[in-house]
Design a binder for this molecule. Structure first.
Ligand code: T1G
Length: 693
């Protein structure tokens, strides 16, 4: 065996050369990896005793792409395209042996090999679109030549990881190896290729599938049309589509040039930077400075949930989905039956869509046990309270749980706003109390705000992070303050949105601006969806807010067919002349000086106070990192990922701009706009939030 460099070895097994890569964590194509592979291939190609070459990786996965940490830095070493030329022009058959994931540049390298073999658990994909890019090393030109333009369009715009069996069926993988037997199977496959004198098949030369699509622009028109809503606001999907079009309409080398030009345009754009920032931000959230990675955690084998309402039911499904039995406690049988009924309906709907089998439904329902008694939760390892958002009710529940549930179990509250320390204080085990703030629908939304109380122990926090990963959530650790991170910042936006309507904008103006910015919907449409009467009571209503006036007129949102908007029978919303009149009357009654408000002001008034509040949250250490705040907004509040998150956006527009506007508004409209001290300091130091350590 020859050590080419610290991450690349070259050996030979009889007449087969084996290039082994080992560059943890995911064999990304760093300069060292590219140089090592290039050298190893040159040597293997020149070795007269080697009849074929197998490329295989050690560690958890085959090459998972270009090294994203090198982006934006001066490039060193051989380029990926030069490496690919060496592989593709090998005079000996090259077999890529795939386990784990062959992604991005990793799959592109494998597509330069003559053959690919994979274990069944492997997955192949070109997920560059998820980081605002496109496969820039020939993937958009080689993939459609193997799987056809339609499948290639789906793969490069969805970024999905295709399981090996499916990859084999579509010709992307030539051979499946037994699980755990990849190396031997790859050697045997290589020997078969040599013995059968199989041709040095190069993917670039396979033109049938692309030629068959030539002169059929409808393939692309229909694809664009079918995905317009999903791709809204993103630059990368369209660029990926154009590259597949180029593969169909242009000779290979011309297609490569088009790919490179589109790649460069995306690579230098802000969207790619924002999406790469989001990629790493999501991986940072599990790093808690004062909690070591090897902190002892509490095994969670049984979970109890109090409340079978929308939140309780959704939370329960997360645990049943990963095989953890759940006891759901309700006060009344009717509520329990309704709650379990909703869960079964959700599973049945998923099964109807073919995303789970009828057996899966029964297995998961089998893990859910209903109960009318808190006593039944005594042996649970984790109990999550999801009752009405009222402090007295929650305190009462925690007092009871404290006396019932076994010592060492975690008591968690799904409160979305209340003081977790105050709840913990009614128990004798505040160190085992934590907030687990799920987002509705709890079985779908990926975000979990993990609210660390003053006394919450490190093992409990570490366990919560582990549980989050187990149930497929992104757990973000936040401190105790009203509304934690997400809702606290949302309150700033909602306040300004309501004020802008009083000052002269219409609800649909505000919604349009935030929708065009990239949010799935604006605050007023969202309020109509949730219902304007949350927390409203007819008896106490006094026409003191627009919302009250609307509720008093039975315009309580989508459910009454009218709210801020009017709704047709298909629940499509449209601006309402009735609401417009209500607003004008309300302004007149309030004596407001109505003025024309620009879209720019609407956007800034809704977003900048959020950034400012985020800075206050960091000042108060209620969030560990600026990027954690962005992960909360990306995964819980529909912030468009191609803008990175509110804090990243703050750095994009410039903190000086944000501070300038906040100060000006404070001087005119008062303390609600008081700038954060941190913001002032960073601007004074000429720094950004990204510079915070
Ligand atoms: N570059 C650098 N670091 C990477 C990386 C990459 N491509 N992929 C993962 N990591 C790090 C990650 O930050 C983490 O580090 C550790 O590996 C484990 O990752 C020319 C331009 C492979 C499915 O987009 O999807 O090729 O936090 O926690 O859940 O066309 O990582 O431990 O320090 O995610 O098991 C295209 C991105 C690149 C794949 C593993 N490739 N990676 O998931 O572990 S662009 C991708 C993933 C490209 C070419 C273009 C996942 C994974 P740390 P992890 P995981």
């Amino acid at each position: 065996m020859t050590t080419i460099n610290p991450v690349t070895d070259l050996s030979r097994d009889g007449d087969i050369a084996i290039i082994t890569l080992n560059s943890p964590p995911v064999n990304a194509l760093s300069a060292q990896v590219r140089d090592g592979l290039a050298e190893a291939f040159r040597k293997a190609i020149a070795d007269p005793d080697a009849k074929a070459i197998v490329l295989i990786c050690d560690g958890r996965t085959f090459i998972a792409g270009a090294d994203i940490t090198e982006f934006g830095k001066p490039m060193t070493g051989i380029s990926l395209l030069e490496l690919e030329d060496i592989i593709e022009n090998s005079t000996k058959p090259v077999i890529a042996a795939i386990h784990g994931t062959a992604l991005g540049g990793g799959l592109e390298v494998a597509l330069c090999a003559n053959y690919r073999i994979a274990v069944p658990s492997a997955r192949c994909g070109l997920p560059e679109v998820n980081i605002g890019l496109l496969p820039g090393a020939g993937g958009t030109q080689r993939l459609p030549r193997i799987v056809g333009p339609e499948m290639a369009l789906d793969m490069v715009t969805s970024g999905r990881h295709v399981p090996a069996k499916q990859s084999h069926a579509m010709g992307l993988v030539d051979e499946l190896a037994p699980e755990g037997g990849l190396r031997d199977a790859a050697l045997a496959f290589a020997r078969k290729i040599v013995a059968e004198k199989r041709p040095l098949k190069r993917v670039r030369d396979l033109n049938d599938k692309v030629e068959a699509a030539r002169g059929k622009p409808e393939i692309f028109e229909q694809f664009r049309k079918a995905n317009a809503r999903k791709f809204r606001g993103f630059n990368a999907p369209e660029m990926n589509i154009r590259c597949i079009e180029a593969a169909v309409n242009l000779p290979f080398e011309e297609g490569l040039k088009a790919e490179r030009a589109n790649f460069r345009e995306l690579f230098t754009g802000t969207q790619a930077r924002a999406q790469q920032y989001a990629f790493f931000a999501e991986r940072q959230v599990t790093r808690i400075p004062d909690i070591a990675d090897d902190t002892q955690t509490i095994p969670i084998a049984k979970v109890g949930i109090i409340g079978a309402g929308t939140m309780g039911g959704g939370i329960a499904m997360n645990f049943a989905n990963v095989g953890i039995p759940v006891k759901i406690v309700e006060a009344q049988q009717a509520n329990l039956d309704r709650g379990l009924g909703v869960i079964r309906k959700n599973y049945d709907n998923t099964a109807k869509k073919g995303r789970m089998t009828a057996d899966d439904v029964e297995n998961r329902m089998g893990l859910l046990k209903g109960s009318l008694s808190l006593e039944d939760l005594a042996d649970c390892d984790l109990v999550i309270e999801a009752v009405f958002e009222n402090m007295d009710i929650k305190k009462d529940v925690f007092r009871k749980l404290d006396g019932i549930v076994k010592q060492g179990a975690i008591l968690a509250s799904n409160t979305s706003y209340l003081n977790v320390d105050e709840i913990a204080a009614v128990t004798k085990r505040p160190e085992f109390v934590i907030g687990l703030h799920f987002f509705s629908p709890a079985n779908v939304m990926r975000l979990l705000e993990i609210v660390r109380g003053e006394k919450t122990s490190k093992p409990v926090v570490a366990t919560a992070l582990q549980v989050a990963k187990k149930i497929g959530k992104i757990g973000v650790v936040v401190g105790v303050c009203p509304g934690f991170v997400g809702n606290r910042m949302l309150a700033q936006r909602q306040r300004e949105a309501n004020k802008l309507v009083l000052e002269g904008a219409m609800p649909w103006d505000v919604d349009r601006v935030l929708y065009d910015f990239g949010f799935p919907m604006g605050p007023f449409q969202m309020s109509d969806l949730a219902g304007l009467d949350i927390g409203w009571s007819k008896e106490k209503s006094s026409s003191s807010t627009l919302r009250e006036v609307l509720c008093e007129m039975d315009r309580r949102g989508q459910k009454t067919g009218a709210g801020f908007y009017d709704y047709d029978e298909n629940r499509n919303h449209k601006p309402s002349p009735v609401t417009a009149k209500i607003i004008e009357d309300f302004r007149a009654k309030s004596g407001v000086n109505v003025r024309k408000i620009s879209d720019e002001e609407i956007l800034e008034r809704c977003i900048y106070p959020m950034i400012n509040e985020g800075a206050k949250i960091l000042e108060e250490k209620k969030a560990i990192r600026s990027s954690d705040i962005d992960v909360v907004w990306l995964n819980g509040y529909g912030w468009p990922v191609y803008r990175g998150g509110p804090m990243f956006y703050g750095d994009t527009v410039g903190l000086g701009e944000v501070l300038g506007k906040m100060t000006a508004w404070r001087d005119v409209m008062g303390d609600a706009f008081e700038p954060s001290k941190l913001l002032e300091r960073l601007v004074a130091d000429g720094k950004g939030l990204k510079d915070l350590r």
